[in-house]
Design a protein around this ligand. Structure first.
Ligand SMILES: [Zn+2]
Length: 312
């Protein structure tokens, strides 16, 4: 009896939600990655609840959306995602939602920038603060269109936020050139930093990807070790969401050739730091990355970063 009534209520609930699903949303703004969520919160203030799906330490490229995440996308009034194939496994759901006429926007697409990447577009636009500022403009426009009665306030807050982004970009342009010319090489576990390299004048090399294919990987790692030794590169970097194994192999290889390479610190590549911390904001995450890279490679950036908040 109990089973039957549960079944009946499930059926009733199912029928009801199906009927109303198309018309009803809960009015929330849903974002896929922390960097988009943070910019949205800075602009929307108290006017919107921003629900982010892919959190701290999670790799968006491989993330498989859960049932609850799919529900949140289906109920959302507005969905803001990166695009350029960053959210690989969520792509179909987002596209279907857009095809049904719902407001779903790929904020990294359709802005006037030169997209990097040879065979596939490189989605990591946030690594160049001046580009992410253009994305912030697009996020502001989307929020203003979604909630037009607060549009003026959104645009005002967006402009104020872009001033802070411009300050951060200027800081990066100032501190990167303090790294000695020959040491301006950023070696990281995964290939997420190309936009940073292009914007701030540092060569970028990723280890992951090449190291997974055993034979070619060994040769590539050996080439990288030789390069580090020849150029006396002092440090390479780990990432919060990627294994340190390949990084350690490179460090050991350099040591065998008599050159000490240290781990220059942990960088935030595709996810921000813990919620509620400075590094858990877009500005804090990038301030941390910039300051850590510059100091580990022999340049000089203030320990506390561009607004002295890194040691809080
Ligand atoms: Zn990535």
């Amino acid at each position: 009896m109990k089973k039957l009534s549960l079944l009946v209520s499930l059926l009733l609930f199912g029928a009801c939600s199906n009927k109303e699903e198309a018309a009803k949303t809960d009015g929330t703004v849903v974002t896929t990655i922390g960097m988009i969520a943070d910019v949205s919160r800075q602009i929307a203030g108290d006017h919107q609840e921003i629900i982010n799906l892919i959190g701290e330490g999670i790799d968006p490229h491989m993330h498989q959306p859960s049932k609850s995440e799919i529900d949140k996308i289906q109920r959302a009034g507005l969905v803001l995602y990166n695009g350029l194939f960053l959210e690989g496994k969520m792509g179909t759901i987002l596209k279907n939602r857009a095809d049904q006429g719902n407001p779903v926007s790929a904020v990294a697409e359709g802005i006037e920038i030169q997209v990097m990447g040879s065979s596939v577009p490189d989605p990591h636009l946030w690594m160049d603060v001046s580009i992410w500022s253009k994305v912030a403009k697009k996020i502001g426009d989307e929020l203003a269109a979604f909630d037009s009665k607060n549009a003026d306030e959104y645009q005002k807050r967006r402009k104020e936020y872009q001033i802070k982004l411009n300050d951060l970009h200027t800081y990066a342009l100032m501190v990167f050139p303090t790294i000695p010319q020959k040491q301006r090489v950023l070696v990281t576990a995964h290939d997420a930093f190309s936009y940073l390299g292009r914007a701030y004048g540092i060569e970028v090399r990723g280890i992951q990807g090449i190291s997974t294919e055993s034979e070619a990987g060994t040769k590539d790692i050996n080439d990288l070790v030789t390069y580090l030794v020849d150029n006396k590169i002092p440090a390479i970097f780990v990432e919060s969401s990627v294994s340190e194994k390949s990084v350690k192999t490179v460090i050991e290889g350099a040591a065998e050739k008599g050159h000490t390479v240290k781990i220059g610190g942990e960088l935030f590549s595709d996810a921000m730091g813990p919620a509620g911390t400075y590094q858990g904001t877009y500005i804090g995450m990038m301030d941390h990355n910039i300051t850590t890279i510059v100091n580990a490679l022999g340049g000089s950036a203030p320990e506390g970063g561009f607004q002295n908040k890194l040691n809080d």
